[in-house]
Write a protein that binds this ligand. Structure first.
Ligand code: NAD
Length: 265
């Protein structure tokens, strides 16, 4: 059920972090991967290593904010691979430490463009070819920051918007047999957070499953949604966060009370 044999998958931000793990996992179960990223050398190296392991992959240079780059990538998928079945809108940039008052317009536009408009352009460009390929699955990588109030205004706004976009796509594209779902990671050990060990540690303390997420924890959910195992799921928001958003608040409350003087809850 988790095979992607014969499927063509385009993964944005696929050159490193979670996208790279998704590329390897999807290739392992038979998909041909288009690693779409602005990072050329890591993207090419990853494609080579997937091919060396017996998989099918290539690097496609793509800035998700560029409409013409999307048009070219989709034309390439059609010409070289004959279709497209899976789109993972995974590319993203964070902007922690900038709140409502301190976010510049330039930063706001950059974060919204990459995290939200990039996914919109991707769905718009890819959906017709997915329809012509018999349907497919769109996976939008959101964030816990799009599930709760948050301190990083632009990033959180983009991720909340992505949920709406994902549901709109699910609504409109159902008649083309295209499903659209969103996955919301908690804290995941990738280059996005490697400069912020204290942030990672604090997020991990609030994660009831008691550890930092790994890219594999998110990639396996993406694989499920890409596969026929999820054939009746569309328009869903699926957390992959170790319980952070739903359970993190009371797990912190209970922990604090247990550490207090009289321990009465
Ligand atoms: N790491 C976390 O803790 C965490 C938590 C929640 C959500 N996320 C989300 O997971 C997704 C993957 O992030 P990650 O943790 O692997 O981080 P990462 O920084 O390792 O990877 C992000 C990738 O996106 C690519 N990218 C950035 N701008 C791009 C553009 N304009 N066009 C094409 N590609 C572009 C980067 O080159 C990079 O390969 C992101 O959407 C991120 O917001 C991450």
């Amino acid at each position: 059920m988790f095979t992607l044999e014969g499927k063509i998958a385009l993964i944005t931000g696929g050159a490193r972090g979670q996208g790279a793990v998704e590329a390897k996992l999807f290739a392992n179960v038979g998909a041909t991967i288009l690693i779409a990223d602005v990072l050329k050398e890591p993207g090419q190296a990853l494609a080579q290593s997937i091919k060396a392991a017996g998989g099918k992959a290539e690097y496609v240079e793509l800035d998700v904010t560029s409409e013409s780059a999307w048009t070219a990538a989709v034309a390439h998928a059609k010409k070289v691979h004959g279709g497209l079945h899976i789109l993972v809108n995974n590319a993203g940039v964070s902007l922690r430490g900038k709140g409502m008052i301190t976010t510049s317009l330039a930063d706001w536009n950059r974060v919204l463009n990459i995290n939200l408009t990039g996914a919109f352009l991707g769905i718009q460009a890819c959906a017709p070819l997915m329809r012509d390929s018999g349907g497919g699955s769109i996976i939008n990588i959101g964030s816990a920051a799009g599930m709760t109030g948050h301190f990083a205004t632009a990033y959180s706004t983009a991720k909340w918007g992505l949920r709406g976009l994902s549901k709109s796509a699910a609504f409109e594209l159902a008649e083309w047999n295209i499903r659209s779902n969103a996955v919301h990671p908690g804290i995941v050990q990738t280059p996005m957070v490697e400069q912020s060990p204290d942030f990672v540690a604090a997020m991990t303390r609030l994660t009831p499953l008691g550890r930092t997420g790994q890219s594999e924890d998110v990639a396996s959910v993406a694989l499920f949604l890409a596969s026929d195992a999820a054939r009746f799921i569309t328009g869903a928001d699926i957390p992959a966060d170790g319980g952070l958003v739903d359970l993190g608040m009371y797990s912190a409350v209970v922990r604090d009370v247990k550490q207090s003087a009289n321990k009465a809850i």
